[in-house]
Design a protein around this ligand. Structure first.
Ligand code: ADP
Length: 480
């Protein structure tokens, strides 16, 4: 094994303590996988309301931190516990005025809230007398720590020589603030070309200051270096292209396992695919659809958001439901933009015996859809990594996806699923037809595709090995 590394892991979301999306999953799973590789990982996140209110297994540390800021030395409390199911320590930076609020994000002072969190997290390492080899910051909320380490921190021997990694989970949220925030952080620096006059862009700062940068899939890493996918930061990313990597997120194999998932009707594995049919029947019963066995049951579980490719989905479902590819059933579970909810509601109204639309969020129901459907569609416009296709493959539902971002890296056309490239109804429909054709005429090959998907390795262990490599490169690059 490689030498154990000391890794400080900074994230605004860590499941199960706080989660709004994939960032939370990564925060909850990756540290455990790194710990299993033998590393000393310590996670820091803000103490949101749920923590302040008393979270099982989390307790207040005695004393408090004194955080240097441009407006004086500010106190911060610290709660501590472990990531559930592990002994990975997690620390929560407590400042009730900043974090004890109803939501995690969405406030005018978000940049100050997360600047304080980031700076306090570095101060915490001094209080613990624990100097990390690597600071691993996730998304813009933790980027102030990297900006500080690369500038003001260089004047403080206690913080010199620390390698840094910046992981981009969502380039769309960049954390823009007034330049004053650098006074608050005690940073003196010049502005980047990506920052307009008087503005700080923390996403850009993370990319600029980190020793190494990565995102959550190799294809998304390439896409964000193009004007089409770069959200105005593609130039900066290209400038650093040697240091920009892509590492696919893992899937929590304890939570997502058809051989033990308590939320599905019947357990099965790749060697006993026949047992899946009970899930199909349970799903059809729940969706009030006829219990037909030999027609493709197509499904979608998704946020109903512009990103997810719903503009090219409506017409494809229209054709599917009108029998242009033979008989089929369709089930969608999703909530989000009104226009897409209306679209599915209208289609379901026209085809009540062939499709059902659940326009809500139901984490307990989703597993049965993965376990009972034949085909899982994910026609995303862009997709940094994507979890839906990984779960679908694990559960033997064959994904039909647009080959973008993490979808391109995880679904192999004709081997574990079906892919298309153009963002168009035509391309999507052709890929879905190819899938349905194999389903209808070559059941043996279909089952092979199912098995390939079920046996593919998207474990967190594999991702953690990728991060370990990145840490080692970053450390080799850092001089103390
Ligand atoms: P994103 O994080 O962009 O929403 P991912 O594919 O990475 O997309 O993750 C989506 C996750 O959320 C999957 O686990 C999916 O099953 C789940 N999900 C999405 N919409 C719903 C819903 N309406 N009900 C239950 N689970 C949902």
């Amino acid at each position: 094994m490689a030498d154990p590394l000391k890794i400080l892991f900074l994230s605004a979301e860590v499941a199960p303590f706080a989660k709004t999306g994939g960032l939370g999953d990564v925060g909850g799973s990756l540290p455990k996988a790194l710990h299993d590789l033998g590393h000393d990982v310590r996670v820091v996140m803000p103490a949101y309301r749920a923590i302040e209110a008393g979270y099982p297994g989390v307790s207040a540390m005695p004393g408090h931190l004194t955080v240097p800021t441009g407006v004086g030395m500010l106190p911060a409390g610290v709660f501590t516990g472990t990531l559930p199911g592990s002994d990975v320590p997690i620390y929560f930076i407590a400042e009730a005025g900043l974090f004890n609020r109803p939501n995690i994000y969405g406030y005018d002072d978000d940049p100050y809230r997360f600047a304080f969190f980031s700076r306090a997290a570095l101060e915490l390492t001094l209080a613990l007398a624990w100097k990390p080899d690597v600071v691993h910051a996730h998304d813009w909320h933790a980027a102030p720590a990297l900006a500080w380490l690369a500038t003001a921190g260089q004047a403080d021997g206690r913080f010199r020589g620390i390698a840094t990694i910046f992981t981009i989970h969502n380039l769309a949220h960049q954390g823009r603030a007034r330049w004053h925030i650098f006074d608050y952080l005690g940073i003196q620096t010049f502005s980047l070309a990506e920052e307009s006059y008087g503005e700080v862009n923390f996403m850009a700062r993370g990319i600029y200051h980190a020793t190494m940068v990565n995102t959550v899939s190799p294809t998304y890493a390439r896409e964000i270096m193009t004007p089409a996918g770069g959200a105005y930061l593609d130039g900066l990313l290209r400038h650093r292209h040697y240091d920009v990597h892509g590492i696919i997120n893992g899937l929590d194999y304890q939570e997502w396992d058809p051989a033990s998932d308590g939320r599905i009707a019947n357990h099965y594995n790749a060697d006993h695919l026949g047992a899946r049919v009970h899930n199909r029947h349970a799903l059809q019963a729940r969706a009030s659809l006829p219990q037909r066995d030999n027609i493709p049951l197509v499904a979608m579980v998704s946020r109903l958001d512009w990103q997810k490719g719903l503009d090219i989905t409506g017409h494809v479902i229209h054709m599917l439901m009108n029998g242009f590819s033979g008989e089929a059933q369709f089930i969608v579970l999703g909530t989000g933009a009104r226009e897409y909810e209306d679209m599915f509601a209208r289609l379901a109204y026209y085809h009540p015996h062939k499709m059902t639309a659940y326009l809500d969020y139901n984490a307990g129901f989703a597993p049965l859809i993965y376990a009972g459907s034949d085909i899982f569609i994910m026609p995303s416009r862009f997709e940094p990594c994507g979890l839906g296709q990984l779960i679908a493959m694990r559960y033997g539902s064959v994904p039909v996806v647009r080959a973008t971002g993490g979808l391109a890296d995880t679904v192999q056309d004709g081997h574990t699923g079906f892919t298309f490239h153009d963002y168009s109804t035509d391309a999507f429909w052709r890929a879905l037809q190819r899938a349905i054709y194999v389903y209808n005429v070559d059941r043996e090959r279909w089952q092979q595709i199912q098995r390939h998907g079920m046996m593919a390795d998207f474990s967190w262990r594999r991702s953690a090995q990728g991060y370990q490599q990145l840490y080692e490169w970053a450390i080799a690059r850092t001089f103390s």
